[in-house]
Each structure stands twice: as C-alpha cells, then as structure tokens.
Design a protein around this ligand. Structure first.
Ligand code: 6GU
Length: 235
C-alpha cells in the first residue's frame, strides 16, 4: 500500500512512523508513506493555504487550490471519476464517518493507494469534498485542532492489518473489536506481584477452561464499559 499524507505540518509526522509495527512494515516494503507539505503546492506569493470564509464567520478555511494541485501531482488527476482502481482520497474531519475496526479492515483489504488530507477544525473548501474526496473519516466524537493526529491513528489502524505486517508472534484476530468484544485481561511474570496474584485458571494449563475464562472476562469488561458494542452491530 502507498499512503500520501497532505498536511500544513509535515514536521508533525517526522518520527511517528519510525517505530514498531509501522517501521517494520515500511522496511519490509509492505507500505510506503510519503508526507507532503501543502504549502509546497501553493502558487501565490505568500504561499497561503487558507483564507477567510465567504459569508463571514470565525476561523479560516483551507483553500481548494493547493489540495487540488497536490492530489493531481500524486494521482495524476484531480477528478474522482478518473482515479485508478483501489484508490481512496480521505478527508480527516470531525464531520466524517466514525472510524471502526471494520472500516480499517476494509481499507487494508481493498486499497492500494491512499491519500490522506489533514483538515483543520474550521474547515476545508467544500469543492475539495465534492470533487476529490472519496471518504470523510472522523476518529471519534471530540474535537481535535487538526486532522494530523487522526491521520496517524488511521495509518496505524490500517497498516497493522496489512498482510504480514504483524509478526507471527502477534495476531490481529484476537484484538479488541475484531470479535465485537473488548480484549480479555492479560498477565505475565511474576505470579505474585506485591501480593497481587495471577488468576489460578491461567496457571493450570487447561486450555478449554482458559478460553472460557477469557471469553467471560471479555464479555464482563465489554458489558461494563462499552455496552453499546453488545447492543448494536458496529464492530
Ligand atoms: Cl478526523 N479531525 C479533527 N479536527 N477533529 C476530530 C477528528 C478529525 N476526529 C475526531 N475529532
């Protein structure tokens, strides 16, 4: 998968993709991630990426031109209808569709070329959404000052699901959400830590009993903190 990120803060991404699973996936050429400075795609003297909103109101709005120029350079076209297959242009915005594990999985399974536009809270010229964007995504019901942290979250959620991104010692199958439940509790050495004991069932080696216990704990946890996961079908 190739991922191109459009941002006014390229420095924000300087080291975040240099660690752990994402680093390994990049080195193994499972994914290539390119960060683009939107300012490089401006054509005016002051290299302005934003301007005041028509109709008045607070805040600044991203101008369409730098974003169109950037997408045209990256994809060879700025007409959504002419994108190559398996290409998606995502606008990160609090107005987007909430990101879920199933959505990340769909991207990992189907997308070859991913362009991420980091919006800003005040907004992006609507013509970007109309002509370029295939998906608008939000990472949750709270406000971030820009789409950059959301782009990092989205990249992480997708890359770890790409084939061979996780080592054989880890697996995405048992992750929270992949089965509609939160994960079960984990314990490691020592058995007795400051008087706190590892549950007896985990020490016995009875794998059927261990599975049963884990399932019960996952359900209990989900019941307690995320009842919505049990009620609606939105893994
Ligand atoms: Cl994608 N962007 C911003 N600015 N705020 C958010 C968000 C995105 N998702 C949740 N809040």
């Amino acid at each position: 998968m190739k991922i191109d990120v459009l941002t006014i803060f390229p420095e924000f991404f300087r080291e975040v993709f240099d660690f752990g699973i994402i680093r390994r996936a990049r080195l193994a050429e499972i994914v290539a991630i390119n960060i683009h400075d939107l300012r490089e795609f401006t054509t005016d003297k002051h290299r302005m990426t934003d301007d005041r909103p028509f109709g008045g109101g607070d805040g600044m709005v991203f101008k369409p031109e730098p974003i169109f120029n950037a997408v045209e350079k990256i994809l060879g076209t700025c007409e959504r209808e002419k994108y190559a297959p398996q290409t998606r242009v995502v606008l990160l915005t609090p107005q987007g569709k909430p990101l879920k594990q199933a959505g990340a999985k769909e991207f990992a399974d189907e997308v070859e070329n991913l362009v991420l536009i980091c919006g800003r809270y005040e907004g992006v010229d609507e013509r970007v959404t109309e002509a370029l964007v295939t998906d608008e995504i939000s990472i949750g019901d709270y406000v971030l000052s820009g789409g950059e942290p959301a782009a990092i979250v989205l990249v992480d959620a997708i890359v770890r699901l790409l084939p061979n991104a996780l080592g054989s010692e880890t697996s995405a199958e048992n992750d929270s959400f992949s089965n509609g439940l939160l994960d079960y509790p984990h314990y490691t050495q020592p058995r007795d830590f400051r008087g706190m004991q590892v549950p007896e069932v985990l020490l016995g080696g009875n794998h059927a009993e261990i599975e049963k216990w884990r399932r019960a704990k996952a359900l209990e946890k989900t019941q307690k903190v995320r009842q919505d996961l049990l009620i609606k079908e939105n893994s």
